[in-house]
Design a protein. Sequence first.
Length: 260
Amino acid sequence: MPDESKATEGTLGALCWAAATDIGKVREENQDAFAVEPEAGLFMVADGMGGHRGGAAASEIVARDLPAMIELALEKLRSRSPRSIRRTLKKLIHDQNRDVHEEGSDVSEHAGMGATLALILLREGRLYTANAGDSRIYRLRDGRLTQLSTDHSVVAELLESGMIEPHQADDHSMVGVITQYMGMPEGIEPLVRSLALKYGDRFLLCTDGLTDMIDDEGIAERLKAEEDPAAACKKLIEAANDAGAHDNVTAVVADWKGRP
């Protein structure tokens, strides 16, 4: 089970990172999880869903097993092209999705469990991102915050199609209903992308416990105000808690200081 409150930080080569999770102000259990594997350039968050214990189990399985699967597969790759790495990430997410679904089917108290996924892989001067659900990936570059992930949710799809206006989103009856997640019975369609890295890029991975409480402007403000990743994580989680934190809150900040 993910810890109610947990944090880690470190520096390795061109990477400096920190990660923290907090139970928030309302929930009785922390069903968020994160994974940091700096040697592989891999960072991940997962937000569990599926009732008592099931959500915590799902996010723990994803954060525990998927990084090892990715590291092993990358070691065996014959081609290190961006296309090959993207294809490998997508296949492994499909495999992990099946494993989570089978676990939910085999263990009665885990029935219907699932978890969101947001991950980044920094490798050979490129950034690879993958996400499913409404946990997000942001990049802060030259003071500008950009969301690199896509929200897989009913409300996001309604906004994109123009069926609702932005001011209707927060109070919509389908808020919180996601359309892609780890553990889907019918298979998963994650968004997998690759982009060039730039010296000084800062990345944030977070669960919706943060983004439901703080808008993008507030996130950017805190990421720019704190040079230290651990301090940035702390400020973000404090802000979410100050705003009410009706869900668990998890933030992972990774800075790329590689060769310009």
